[in-house]
Design a protein around this ligand. Structure first.
Ligand code: HEC
Ligand code: HEC
Length: 323
């Protein structure tokens, strides 16, 4: 009996030691780095490509990277408090404070596709990845970043280093957050005359409507967006401008709980300018106004949403009132 107790004691001590080592490693150990296999690409581009790239970046990047000086000098991301203190960095052309100068065109493409940064580390979920964006639009983004556009002119703004909390560190180190494969094939641009195809492309590959409008970022299927559980049925929690909880609405065409009764005109007006169908007020943060989408593009998203499975999911649109 004594012997048994002794063995049990040793086993427990060893397990405890392993546990301590694990916790220590997760907290203080190095972050994994990944081999940078960026393709050799040096683009030449025209002003139209810069213009299109700027239009995409204004809607897809500014929300996180635009600082108060009107440039992509970076900012604090208050929505991500559950992961620690997360900052979107300065990605202007500033020679020391900006990140752009370090990157070749190919390395930018590699980052957008896989999430692997210049320093070999993986940029976790809050920096979006673009595995399905067409090669054409990826090139337009790089064209914009290299251009004379005011957003990317040197910004003096600096952001402190990101401070992950224990959970985020563990998720990165256990490689739950890990890079995507670099695409093996060219990714064609959608057929602009096919509304459904264009709408799917814009709402999944470029603007991440589906990520915010599905129930949970943790269950988003980045490689196969349409396989995301509860695809477009809403309920993803955020904080609004004042730090109050807000859930994303259901954008499936369920008549009762989704947008099944909305007309195309109402949808286009809402997505571009935030105006509600009955004219009462406007969309709250963090729903960005997509005012730079053309009516055709916003309408295409409507046509696409019409084709996806309707999901009955009643989202409480006014949770703070009950807290
Ligand atoms: C939801 C917020 C968010 C959006 C949207 C976003 N970013 Fe980021 N971005 C980040 C964060 C946070 C990091 C830092 C990641 C890290 O260091 O772990 C980052 C990192 C980067 C870096 C790498 C900098 C470095 O340290 O090497 C570049 C370049 C970049 N973003 C460009 C873009 C572009 C271009 C877009 C739009 C197409 C974009 N980002 C959209 C949050 C965002
Ligand atoms: C950062 C997360 C986020 C992204 C990205 C986002 N939305 Fe939203 N969206 C929201 C939130 C939150 C609301 C609710 C606003 C409110 O209740 O005032 C909303 C509201 C809406 C509404 C109004 C629905 C209703 O029932 O009132 C529509 C339509 C909509 N979004 C469409 C889109 C489309 C299309 C895209 C992509 C082009 C998109 N959203 C991208 C978070 C997001």
């Amino acid at each position: 009996m004594k012997r048994l107790l002794k063995i049990a004691g040793i086993v427990i001590s060893v397990l405890f030691l392993i546990f301590l080592l694990f916790v220590g490693y997760m907290n203080w150990g190095p972050f994994p780095t990944y081999e940078n296999k960026a393709p050799e690409i040096t683009y030449t581009f025209d002003s139209l490509e810069v213009e299109e790239g700027a239009r995409i970046a204004t809607m897809a990047c500014a929300g996180c990277h635009l600082s108060s000086d009107g440039k992509f000098g970076g900012m604090y991301m208050k929505d991500n408090d559950s992961f620690g203190k997360i900052y979107a960095p300065n990605i202007t052309k500033h020679p020391t404070k900006g990140k752009l100068a370090q990157y070749s065109d190919g390395e930018l493409v590699y980052l957008f596709r896989t999430g692997i940064m210049k320093n070999g580390q993986y940029a976790p979920p809050w920096m979006p990845k673009y595995p399905h964006m067409s090669d054409k639009d990826i090139k337009r983004l790089v064209a914009f970043l290299r251009s004379d556009h005011p957003f990317v002119q040197p910004s003096e703004n600096t952001t402190p280093p990101i401070e992950y909390n224990f959970m985020a560190k563990a998720l990165v180190k256990m490689k739950v957050f890990s890079p995507l494969e670099y695409p093996a094939k060219k990714i064609p641009h959608p057929d602009l005359n096919n509304e459904v195809e264009l709408g799917k492309y814009l709402s999944t590959a470029v603007y991440d409507c589906y990520g915010c409008h599905s129930p949970d970022f943790k269950t988003v299927d980045v490689m196969q967006p349409e396989k995301t559980p509860g695809y477009f049925s809403g309920g993803n929690p955020f904080l609004d401008d004042e730090g109050n909880p807000i859930l994303t609405p259901n954008l499936t065409f369920d008549e009762k709980t989704g947008i099944g009764t909305w007309t195309k005109e109402q949808f286009v007006k809402n997505v571009k300018y935030g105006i509600k169908p009955d004219g009462s007020g406007s969309n709250r943060y963090p729903m960005p106004p997509f005012s730079l989408l053309s009516d055709k593009e916003a309408g295409a998203i409507y046509e696409y949403l019409k084709t996806i499975p309707k999901i009955e999911n009643e989202v409480n649109r006014n949770i703070q009132a009950e807290m």
